[in-house]
Design a protein around this ligand. Sequence first.
Ligand code: DNO
Length: 355
Amino acid sequence: MDMTLRWYGRKFDTVTLKQIRQIPGVTGVISTLYDSVPGEAWETDKILALKNEIEDAGLKLLGIESVNIHDAIKVGSPDREQYIDNYITTLERLGQADIHMVCYNFMPVFDWTRTELARVRPDGSTVLAYTQEAVDKLNPEDMFASIEADSNGSILPGWEPERMAKIKDLFAMYKDVDDEKLFANLKYFLERIMPVCDKYDINMAIHPDDPAWSVFGLPRIIINKENILRMMKMVDNPHNGVTFCSGSYGTNLENDLPDMIRSLKGRIHFAHVRNLKFNTPTDFEESAHLSSDGSFDMYEIMLALYDIGFNGPIRPDHGRMIWDEVAMPGYGLYDRALGAAYLNGLWEAIVKSHR
Ligand code: DNO
């Protein structure tokens, strides 16, 4: 596996490539053209500029997170064709630039959802947190305002102000879309893009819905083992794969994470490994990566990845805000660096004990 960190680009990230290069064991980054809008075809020049900048810093660009999907594709409206064509052009250009992993999601309207971006933990660190009770009291428009107010001046992925300004229209677009329609639209999209993925050996890695259940009555399908296996079968091509995100699938305590990993052998193209601490089944906060700080057994998660021969990029995810760092919530340097070192330590021990 290749240990990486997510990097939003020089214009948007508080963390530098030089800092990332100095985290022991981190050899690459996962990045994106953060100012691109869903639906447009990415320009080759911009892709190459990003790649060169990363390589000049002594790192590799090991995948894109994300190439976002236009809502027309998710709702299946007639204008989806043009957006799928653009998506294919982007994939072609990424393939030509020797980039072979693309993370994306198929969540309606909202990407990941949290109700607090700076909950204080007993050690004084702050973390992202979620309570269903808080969501039930909110209307969707207020959700954006509360996220924006807490974001330390950064634009959070999936919460771009231009999108959120259209939130009522977005909800209206989805009014006739249920789980079955969303599955059908995902299938249609994947079938259209698989030929270009085959040609350039691009692994598509769908990110789970976070939290892994419906919010604000919107359909959500990438939530559990049954649905993800259905998706793998429905387009049975190894390039149709997943981002295994322990913190997203783990929001539902019924998801057995190591078992899910083992059932996805050969189809996990990217891993996000992080821990959550549950206070009640519907109130959780994002803890340090260490097993002892949260509710998951991180050793068992890493062992399952090892057992299935996982060899793609992996990254720590959402870190706590510690040591007075001011950064995009979840995406500071310090705690993600600790997470990377810890995951690398678990991996080394697993590899050596299997010799
Ligand atoms: C949150 C991230 C998600 C993820 C997208 C993938 O921090 O894990 O925003 O990148 O859902 O498209």
